[in-house]
Every structure is written in C-alpha cells, then in structure tokens.
Design a protein around this ligand. Sequence first.
Ligand code: BGC
Ligand code: NOJ
Length: 809
Amino acid sequence: MKYGHFDDKNREYVINHYETPLPWINYLGSDSFFALLSNTAGGYAFYKDAKLRRLTRYRYNNLPLDQDGFHIYIKDKNTIWNPGWQPTRTKLDHYECRHGLGYSVITGSKNKVEARQELYVPKNDNILLMRVTLTNKDQKEKELDLFSFVEFCLWDAQDDTTNFQRNYSTGEVEVEGSAIYHKTEFRERRNHYAVFFANREISSFDTSRDQFMGVYGSPASPNAVLKGKCSDTIAHGWQPIGAHHIHVSLKADESYDVIFALAYVEVPENQKFIAPGIINKKPAHELLKKYDTDRKFDKGLRDLKKFWNDLLSGFEVRTASEEVNRMVNIWNAYQCMVTFNMSRSASYYESGIGRGMGFRDSCQDLLGFVHMIPERARERILDIAATQKPDGGAYHQYQPLTKKGNSDIGGGFNDDPLWLIACTDAYIRETGDWDILKEKVDFDNDPKSAKPLLEHLNRSFNYTLNNLGPHKLPLIGRADWNDCLNLNCFSRYPGESFQITGPSEGPVAESVFIAGMFVKYGKAYANILNHLGKSKEAKKVTKAFTDMEKAILKDGWDGKWFLRAYDAFGKKVGSKYNDEGKIFIEPQGMCIMAGVGVKTGEAQKALDSVAERLETKYGIVLQNPAYSTYKLNLGEISSYPPGYKENAGIFCHNNPWIVFAETIMGHGNRAFSLYKKTCPAFLEEISEIHRTEPYVYCQMVAGKDAPTFGEGKNSWLTGTAAWTFTVLTQGILGIQPDYDGLRIDPCIPDHVKEYKVNRLFRGTMYHITVKNPDGSEKGVKKVLLNGKELKSDIIPVTDKKEVNVEIIM
Ligand code: BGC
Ligand code: NOJ
C-alpha cells in the first residue's frame, strides 16, 4: 500500500498517513548545521558533527518510537494534540507531511483548528527555523495554548548517554525574554551555546524537564501541557530543556503564527561573558534578528528552494518513465547530496556517535555528487588523500571535525586505496581539472611528507601490487568492500571486532573483487598517465593490470562465475566446491565492469549465473546459498541470520554493479529491469513490505532466505545512492563524462523510442535528444551536434553556453 504520493512539480513527497511503516525522514541543512526530521516531527539537530556537537537528544531504540524531536503541542479545552500526531497520538481529523528539498511542512487538524509546522535550515546560517501557524476553522472563538519543546543534549552525544554522575550536575541555562539559552559547559572550555527562541511574546516557559514533563511524565502527556501553562523554571543540572508556552485567542477564520528558532552560536574566546556568569548574547541576537519576521522567514525559504533548483537543474531528464524522471531529477540526486554531507554518520540507523567518514564510502559517494558541487568534490578528494599512509594504504575512517585518520580502526582494508583512483578519475572526467593532480597533499596528515596528488594515486595502485598473494591475486587484509567477509580475523569471542581480531592481515587470503577493481581502476590510472604524456609509466601500469586480468581468468574463475576469494588456508570462497556461499555478487559486478571476460565469454556466463542463482523479485542477493551457521574462517558474514545484511541480503549498493555489467554487455532490457527492482520509486505501492521511504534508497533489503523477504533497512546513508545515480545516468541513459568531452552511449530497453536530457557539463548546457527508431538496446549510429553530423563519438568541450545534440541509435 501507499502512504503518500510524489508531488514532482514541487519536488516533494507528500505523506497522508502518519502511521508510516517506519519514521520517514528528511534532512534539513546543507552547510554546517543539520537536523533530521521525521514525518511526525521527530528528529535531532547538530552542528557539523553528530557526536561532538549534538544540540538535541534522540533515543534511537526507544519505545514508543521516535518521540524526541521538534514537536509542538496544542491544548484546546481538554484535548491535547500535535499536528504531526506524535507524541500525544491524538487522532487527527486531517494530516499531511510534505518532505521537500531541505525543508518539511507538517499540517494537522483537530476539532476545527489547523496547525501548520514549517521547518528548514537556511543556507549559510546555523539555525533551524520552525514557523507554526494556527488557524481557527470554526465559527466560534477558540482559546488555545501552544507549546514548543526541545530537549537539549549536553553536546557530546556519547557522554550525554553514559556519564550521568557528571551530567546531572552540569546543565545550565539562561532566559532572556522569549529566548532560552542552553549554556552547559560554557563556563569552562566551550565557546559555544544553543538558543531556542520565539519571535513573539510568550506567556510562560520551562527549562527544567522534570517540571515540564513531570519526573515520571511522558512526552505523550506533559504536565505543563495538561495544566495549560509552564512554570517559568530555571534548570540547575538534570535535564535542561527549552519549552515556550503561548496563549492564543482566535476568532472564527483567524490565524496566528509564531517563528521558533533553534540556533548554534560561537563566541570569541575573550568575549564569552558580559558580566560574571552572564553569557555574551550579542552574536545570538544578530543571528536571530535575521529570521524574526515572516518576510525574512519566507525569503530564507525562497533562497533555499532556489539553491536546490539551481543545483538540480544541471541534470534533468525527460523519459517516458515518471519514476526514472523523479529519481534522477529530484530524489536520487538529493540523496547523493545527503551522503556528501553525512557520509555514514547520522541517520535514524547510524547514531552519529559510531563512525566518522569512511575512506571507501566517501570516495564512492563522490561519484554521485561530483557534477553538482565540483569545487567541494575537489576539496573532499584532497582531504581524503591527506589521510593516506605513506605506503599507499589507507585509514579505514577519518573524523570530519579533525580530518585526520582514525587510528583506533587503522587500515588494512585492502580495497580502500583503489577507491581514491576511482573518485579522482570521476572528478577529472567531470571537470577537466588536471591541475588537481599537481596539488601537494600530505601523507598521514604530515605536511613534511606532502607530494602531488598523482603520487598518491601511484601509491594506491602500488599498494595492491605490493600486497599480492599466492595466486598473484590481491591480499584481502581485514576485509575488502564486504566488511563482513573477514578471512583473516578468526573472531571467537562475543564483543571482539570481526575485523581486527587475530592475525588480521594474513599472507594468504586473496580477493577476486579487489583484483577486478585493480583492473578497472588500473585502466583509469593508465589513461590518466597517458593523458599526462607519461607513457612509460602507463605501460608499466598496463602490464600490471593485464597480468591481473590473466590471474583472474586463471585462478579467479570458477567455471560458471568469478570466484569470491581464497581464505586464510588457501581454500576457495564463492565456489561450486562450497556447500554454502557458492556464488557472490561482488566479483561478478566488478570484474565485468573492469572488462574481464567480456570478449572471451566468461562475463556472459557469470551474468547468467547471477540471474539463475542470485536474482529475486526484489533484487539480487549478495550470495547464495546463505550461511546457515557461524564460520570462524569467514567471520561476520556468517554471523547474520540467513537473508540479512551481507549473509544473502539484497545489498542495494552492489546491485547497480550488475546493472552496469549488463549495459557493458549491451543488454538494455535486462539492465533496466534490474534497475527497477531496487529503485524506491518503483516500490511505493508495496511500502507496507518495503517499509523504508519510497523516495530514497536503503542499504539492505531482506533476501529470499529471510522470513521478512523484501523488507528494507537502514535508509538514506548508503553508497547505493551514488552507484544507482551513476548507473542510471551513465550506464543506461549513457551520458558519460570523459576526459575531453561528453560521450553518449545509451543502453536502454528496446521499447524506449526517445528521451531528452539537459546536462550541464563544464559550463555548457547540452540539450540532448536520444532517438531509437529501430528499437535497439545499444549502439549509436549517428551523433548530430547543432544539426551537423560528428565523426567522433565524443562531443568535444566548447565555450558555448548551450548546444543541441541528437543521438540516433
Ligand atoms: C559492520 C557491517 C556493516 C558495516 C557498515 C561494519 O562495521 O560490521 O555489518 O555493514 O560496518 O555499517
Ligand atoms: C557498509 C559500509 O559503509 C561499506 O563501506 C561496506 O562496503 C558495506 N557496508 C558492505 O559491507
């Protein structure tokens, strides 16, 4: 069933049933200040880093679910209710939530009162704005009490949930008119505070949670709301909160609105106080003044919408499929931007206190956002490269606040370094900015070691070459892309890391997946070197990946598909000789994307095996048959019950690799039919099964061995966003940025007769029409540039503002 619908014109998803199968989320904020917001106004806010600068609390695995956030309460005689239904869960007469790009609007009605809650984070300011509009739709006058409520987090989200002997004594606030200042730890080493503000005179306030809720109270029925007023409390320790109360009298058809704002403010170290214990509020006053009227609020929202429109207008498609159009033009691109901002840090499933930025994650995310924000992509590449170790290896993660490699986790995930070539190559194809290769970049953040970025690529490539195993295939180290295939770890006791236990970088276990990557990105690296005129180096690189190709076909081929790996004893993994885990998806996708076996027939055989053994109606499972017991020599993958996560779940991230592989083989019908299986817009009708948002990808869908086959988990922060965007736009629609121009090489279903694409590329808008009169799946017969036939299949870069391109297949 559907719980809402797409409103493509307004670029919104509209939810009409508040009881969605899971909270359906939006992300507010695009620079430094962020908030997550669910369709019932749950969520949390933070500045830059969800662990170290958390503004509000969120209890992830709480019951009832999703009750912390940005709720407002309305008391109308004896009824208390929220426009987003939660937390009172008072049945609403009408409800709608519109999630847009960077903003959300929740509207609820009860007993002829309508309440509208509009939230967004404006560009370039550290502030969450929330306008609440109450309208009396009755013939009679109404006396209403309106309450706001946020619960402050004491900044360090981890500490906030563990260190109670300290925390219960540190909380401090100040109140000035309608502004509630949260200043815990400001007295000592912090130079920042939060402020929760209302642009109207208030009737009362609370800053003590015990008083507002009641010590044993519940968000569903706060004491203050039941009473109809707050108690003007000042919190001393315990749980500081911000709650405003406004009494509102409304005549028939009359409306009232108030703007609430939650801001993060930093103060210069030497100007923290204006009097003993009294904080300097000047920067807060200045910030709040920027948004204290409806006119200013509306302008900020208009500017935000313009920002998103401009950002997305650089890539617009018009195909016969409205699902494809809305994914490319709106939601898939939007999700790519969210992964740019968050990597895998803060969602409803990633608690924001666990991981920093993943090396491989961030490199892959870049594939999906590089065309929208090339300058920031450039900066991201240089940041990532600066964490690389001198031997070419990589820290598996780095912290966004410090931009330093995380030594707790360390390195030894042997696919990591090669992803640096992948993202740099994508960046150069998009921008033509070869100069990035000359940028001096540190190794391990040590300025003394700085070398041009090109040298970083060289060491990435050589890292694999220097770590080959007995079959001349790359050593897997702790794990490759599949974090859960831990061939060297032998994790025996609960609580041990699966990835860093035991002799975790053994000399035997090899990965055919990394071998495929080495060929694919080795080719990219050789192209780069050739382009720079370094043909001698390019030759060496070419020899190395050609040897690797041979090694794959010799020892990485299992007869009908590519093998997954050799374990620490030199035994095959992902082979017909195994009882379980006979075939894995990753090497099939990666080796074929690298071109291995395409001419000699192995690629086609592998794809046939994927179709026969791994494909299901909801996508391609990661491997088959699922592991039924825990296996010490395989690690975490076998720790999951069959059908979940890496143990034969449908891991959405690697499905597009097979779609890519199908396009390489020229199979447009297959490619598109596989693309549709995991694409959320096509799953809207089965939201009760899929459960996660129909407008964004999730990490994993339960596979055919799972009792909950088809159920999605862990939405929003996944490399799936970037890879599906890339495969649809480059593999299927065929718009491929190349070093010297734009190549257009579609691979589409044969029934598609025509489609159009507007693509901004290096400052020129390409208006592209693809025509397919003969119903082919692949193959371009003619390229017309402004009406003139081109000899080459690459449309050269031009300084014109726009050009027309016609492609005849
Ligand atoms: C976990 C995996 C998970 C990955 C990303 C790893 O640490 O072991 O299960 O897929 O992180 O969340
Ligand atoms: C999610 C991780 O973020 C990603 O790096 C990894 O490749 C997949 N899980 C598969 O294990």
